[in-house]
Design a protein around this ligand. Structure first.
Ligand code: ADP
Ligand code: DP6
Ligand code: CO
Length: 375
């Protein structure tokens, strides 16, 4: 049996967004970004990579959601494999590999499938090819993106430190498959540091706070539309960099200020500031999209209704809920545990009454499947 590694990775949702690259090839971002890793058993990518018998297979193979893919049309994945192979000193590193991956949630729909997908792949490849160390290689299945528990004993501690450093280094490779994926190497609140070096070696993710820093925080992922978006994140941000004037203010002024604010808000568990900064940054990002020419519309009518609903709710009850939208129409809502039941109740009722045009949201609400997506 040839060697095989399986990894399960979570998506992350940016609270302060990455949008635009300084270097397209190396994927070095214009600005730092800050995210929360989603730790839900309903949202994940599961990837297996294995070496194949070199006599039977001539090429690397990739299957995504049970569909065999043409690897040549996934240039970034081809590059990623090449980068890992380059760093490997295994004697059989040139043997063909087979990648089998599935997402438990819609792919390319603005729910950050590229973040969990590429993070899982990079971690698997790093282990398969024994890049940056061999320690976790005894494991045939690992879960990344989980907040790490403190282990007892010097030896265990050392292993853990080595593992964190290894993930940080792997995040710099993962980044080159899809920028947002580097943040999925860690659980909790994570920052992708843009870095200063031209080769991108210091453009990496770091965990800023573990999830346990704010146990009352809940995240709700709402699927209003599971179709593939028309403009991928990669193409969208390229067009924004080329045509938007506002993107400069966004990346040099708005984002640095928001990252400072959100870190402080988390540290002091100031939900009002946390929610307001998150909502404002999401709106600022979608303003960049609107300022792009031709404009990109990721939000749809359903998204806008959810935004209005959240603000009306907050007007009455104080700031209890925040929203953020990635490059797609699906709302991600944040709130404190204690406010979840009453909000969810009203939310479900409102959107059933309003009879949204979009079927998936209705179905999810009707079947009360929402709970499944609550982290
Ligand atoms: P999303 O909003 O879902 O992140 P993107 O446009 O950023 O959408 O990225 C979608 C792309 O990410 C897919 O077309 C594919 O190339 C890549 N991707 C998604 N899931 C996986 C996976 N499980 N393994 C490898 N690549 C993946
Ligand atoms: C809006 O990481 O998907 O979700 O680096 O080109 O693969 P590429 O793009 P991707 O962009 C994510 C954009 C975003 C914001 C974010 O996740 O920070
Ligand atoms: Co993406």
């Amino acid at each position: 049996m040839e060697k095989e590694i399986t990894c399960v990775a979570p998506p992350n949702i940016a609270l302060i967004k990455y949008w635009g690259k300084k270097d397209e090839n190396l994927i070095i971002p214009l600005n730092n970004s800050f995210s929360i890793t989603l730790d839900s058993s309903d949202l994940f990518t599961k990837t297996t990579v294995r070496f194949c018998d070199p006599k039977k297979n001539e090429e690397d193979k990739f299957t995504l959601n049970e569909k065999p893919q043409k690897l040549a049309s996934h240039k970034r994945i081809v590059n990623l494999i090449a980068k890992i192979r380059e760093k490997s000193s295994l004697p059989n590193k040139d043997d063909p590999i087979e990648i089998d991956s599935m997402n438990s949630f819609p792919t390319a729909a603005g729910l950050a499938s590229s973040s969990s997908g590429i993070a899982a792949l990079t971690y698997c490849l790093g282990n398969l090819f024994e890049v940056y160390g061999t320690e976790p290689l005894q494991l045939d299945q690992v879960e990344i993106g989980k907040s790490t528990k403190k282990q007892e004993g010097k030896n265990e501690e050392n292993k853990q430190v080595a593992d964190l450093l290894r993930r940080e280094k792997l995040s710099a490779i993962s980044r080159q498959g899809s920028g947002s994926s580097c943040r999925s190497m860690f659980g909790g609140f994570v920052e992708w540091i843009a870095g200063e070096k031209n080769d991108g070696s210091d453009s990496r993710a770091k965990q800023i706070f573990p999830k346990s820093v704010w146990p009352e925080l809940r995240v709700l992922v709402c699927v209003v539309r599971s179709e593939q978006k028309k403009v991928s994140s990669t193409l969208g941000m390229r067009r924004s960099v080329e045509t938007s004037e506002y993107i400069d203010k966004f990346s040099t002024k708005v984002v640095p200020k928001n990252i400072k604010q959100i870190k402080q808000a988390i540290q002091s568990q100031d939900f009002e500031t946390f929610a307001n900064v998150t909502m404002k940054n999401s709106n600022a990002f979608h303003s960049v999209c609107l300022d792009t020419f031709p404009p990109i519309f990721y939000l749809n009518q359903d998204s806008k209704k959810v935004i209005d609903f959240v603000h009306s709710w907050n007007d009455i009850f104080g700031t209890q809920v925040g929203y953020t939208f990635d490059a797609g129409p699906n709302p991600v809502l944040i709130m404190l545990n204690k406010n979840l039941p009453s909000f969810l109740d009203a939310f479900v009722q409102t959107f059933q009454i309003e009879n949204l045009v979009n079927q998936p949201l209705q179905q999810i609400l009707k079947d009360s499947q929402f709970n499944k997506l609550v982290q």
